[in-house]
Design a protein around this ligand. Structure first.
Ligand code: ATP
Length: 315
């Protein structure tokens, strides 16, 4: 039992994320630091617990993987709690992609960051009425998502689903789509693309270059959109497939930067993975909410760690 009025720090703990051996450590470290620990019991509980916490806590931590962070942020957003709540992440999942992007090295380090780390306000993605922190990817089926191994996720993040999709679905059915991007603040023009796509990858924190850990600028108010056109003719098996798939010279890849876009299916509904959580729809409206999420970050965090010229956009 907790005393409602006194609670200012809530930790939402997914006990079944990752290798499930984090529970004791997280509970101990969190309790020592004055957190009220609330465990999820089923998928979707992260949202509910975060919504409830929004009313009473000014710091809400998500202990789990990317899916748990997604649920907690989504719950806070739906309770209009993001303006008054700082979010912290305790990496206890399989991939922990988002945690790596914000400079967190492990469970103990995350608690140090909560006490002593900087706070930054970063962009948040919304897709229809759902939020996402890392990425939104169309073209990955729920089946491919559930079949993707923990090792693959840990190593490649969301790209593991892409690889799995390529490798398991030999006769890959491409998606007829219309993608309309909006004008951006730095001269990005509104553009429309219509065609057959294998995947559409929209990164808030992620960019899709074939590099395993490539991170996007998380404070620029823009998504990095990568459309992989029907590349059925290519032999895309194996690990190097990713590099070939996203190679800047690959004529099958279309890249855009934009604050918002709409993806419309010209046939059936499409399955999207929002930070690994599935959503099926015919039309998806995506928007970046600039500086919407206040988050505790480690020393290793850089808003835009990739200032070299690997990403194929001019100034
Ligand atoms: N108590 C629970 N029982 C079953 N499923 C749960 C429970 N709590 C949360 N979930 C679900 O577990 C799923 C996976 O969680 P999460 O993504 O945090 O871990 P992960 O997959 O191990 O890590 P990552 O996404 O970083 O690779 C989420 O879809 C979430 O809804």
């Amino acid at each position: 039992m907790h005393v409602d009025d006194a609670t200012e720090r809530v930790l939402v703990l997914n006990p079944v994320s990752g290798s499930e051996d984090h529970v004791e450590d997280v509970v101990e470290l969190a309790t020592e630091r004055g957190f009220d620990v609330r465990k999820t019991e089923a998928a979707g509980d992260g949202q509910r617990l975060a919504r409830e916490a929004a009313e009473e806590a000014d710091l809400v931590a998500a202990a789990g993987g990317d899916g748990t962070v997604n649920e907690v942020v989504d719950g806070l957003a739906s309770a209009d709690g993001l303006e008054t709540t700082t979010v912290a992440v305790v990496p206890a999942g399989t991939g922990n992609n988002f945690a790596s992007n914000i400079g967190l090295e492990g469970i103990e380090h995350a608690f140090d960051v909560i006490e002593n780390g900087r706070r930054r306000t970063i962009d948040l993605g919304t897709a229809n009425d759902r939020t996402f922190v890392n990425s939104c990817v169309g073209g990955i089926t729920a089946e491919a998502s559930s079949e993707t191994s923990a090792e693959g996720k840990a190593e490649f993040g969301v790209l593991a689903y892409v690889m799995n999709g390529i490798e398991t679905v030999r006769s890959f059915e491409s998606l007829p789509l219309r993608v309309e991007t909006a004008q951006g603040p730095s001269g990005e023009v509104a553009e429309s693309w219509t065609g057959e796509a294998m995947f559409v990858l929209v990164g808030n924190c992620r960019r899709f270059s074939g590099t395993r850990t490539a991170q996007a600028d998380v404070e620029d108010g823009l998504f990095e959109v990568t459309i992989v056109e029907d590349a059925g003719a290519l032999d895309l098996l194996g690990e190097t497939a990713l590099e070939r798939l996203f190679d800047r010279g690959n004529a099958h890849v279309v890249r855009r930067r934009t604050p918002s876009l709409t993806i419309e299916s010209l046939r059936d509904s499409v399955e999207y993975s929002l930070d690994g959580e599935m959503l099926e729809t015919e039309t998806l409206d995506l928007e970046t909410e600039s500086a919407a999420l206040t988050i505790a970050v480690g020393d290793g965090y850089r808003p835009n760690p990739d200032d070299d010229d690997r990403w194929p956009f001019g100034a």
